[in-house]
Design a protein around this ligand. Structure first.
Ligand SMILES: Cc1cc2nc3c(=O)[nH]c(=O)nc-3n(C[C@H](O)[C@H](O)[C@H](O)COP(=O)(O)OP(=O)(O)OC[C@H]3O[C@@H](n4cnc5c(N)ncnc54)[C@H](O)[C@@H]3O)c2cc1C
Length: 291
């Protein structure tokens, strides 16, 4: 018997999708119920039905900040809104399911400056809103004019971010389903914008294991130091459990060499934390979300 009400099951969905296909790391169990609204009204209907029935759910974007360590039985919602940008002067609107790097590239091609920092940050606009994604001293809230989301009661809200609502890697609260955003940029010299985009890309290429599947930085930097340095100094670079490995390029990246299992990945994360605790007396906190 299906566990969900008819109005939920009437929304576009798929069953039993492996998380290896839904995340950049490529590790995980099975997503039993993947709901994929293709319009805002369907996203709102999804949230309303879950609220009415008291059904907990998870929101998935590009899966680039996620480590999935098992099967997920509750509904997972991933938006598939039409990939259309709307420009008005120096402001651009994008749907939450739009690629974050694609948005950075598209606005740069329009001669608009302000999102060059985002050139190498994968995932979706929705994930970037939730995480307040950033790099090199810049973050999404610096250019964010408004965001559009489904509130926990299923109402669609369009509002400017409240002062102090966004902070370092903390964006839209977790009980909201982001639908899209409006960013405010500045006219710029296209050649200078291109140069800044290239500079951000090449800086990443030389410091991150871009050829291996990964979920970005796994642990938060403790105050005053970098997690990567602590892991490196604990002698862990290259440490491997099955196909899960501490990257040789950047110790705060744990990579999937091909067929890492959730158990191997969970074990490697626990080993890194234990060794860093023994070596430095520091308790590393995950930066990634763990499901
Ligand atoms: C190689 C690599 C480099 C990276 N570099 C950076 C970096 O420089 N800076 C940085 O900040 N991050 C970085 N990241 C991490 C990651 O790319 C960002 O956190 C990104 O914004 C996550 O977006 P996503 O769509 O993949 O979200 P997911 O990983 O799918 O989800 C992350 C969180 O966002 C929530 N979420 C997703 N979509 C929505 C939505 N529509 N509404 C509400 N909540 C939603 C999820 O529920 C979850 O809580 C990197 C990752 C990788 C793999």
């Amino acid at each position: 018997m299906n566990p969900w009400p008819d109005d939920l099951l009437a929304l576009p969905h798929r069953r039993d999708v492996p998380f290896s296909r839904l995340t950049t790391l490529g590790v995980g169990g099975t997503c039993r119920w993947l709901f994929e609204p293709v319009e805002e009204a369907q996203a709102a209907a999804f949230v309303r039905a879950c609220a009415r029935e008291g059904i907990p759910f998870k929101v998935l974007g590009g899966g680039s900040n996620l480590v999935v360590l098992g099967d997920v039985e509750i509904p997972v919602v991933r938006l598939r809104l039409p990939a259309v940008l709307r420009r008005e002067g120096c402001e651009v609107e994008a749907p939450a399911s739009y690629g974050h790097m694609r948005l950075a590239a598209d606005v740069a091609a329009m001669g608009l400056s302000g999102m060059e920092y985002a050139s190498g940050i994968p995932g979706t606009v929705g994930g970037a809103l939730r995480m307040n994604a950033g790099a090199y001293g810049r973050e999404l809230v610096d250019v964010l004019a408004r965001c559009r989301y489904v509130a926990p009661d299923g109402e669609i809200v369009d509002a400017a971010p409240a002062p102090g609502e966004f902070a370092y890697r903390r964006g839209l609260p977790g009980d909201r389903l982001a639908l899209g955003l409006r960013i405010r940029l500045a006219e710029g010299d296209p050649a200078a914008i291109r140069e800044r985009v290239e500079a951000c890309r090449s800086r990443r290429g030389s410091s991150q294991p871009l050829g291996r599947r990964n979920a970005g930085c796994i642990f938060r930097n403790p105050p005053g130091t970098s997690a990567g340095r602590l892991i490196d100094e604990a002698g862990l670079k290259g440490t491997r459990i099955g196909d899960a490995q501490v990257s040789l390029e950047h110790a705060n990246f744990l990579v999937n060499l091909g067929a890492a299992t959730p158990a191997e990945f969970g074990e490697l994360m626990a080993l890194v934390r234990e060794r860093v605790r023994d070596h430095h007396g520091v308790d590393l906190e995950p930066e990634v979300e763990i499901w």
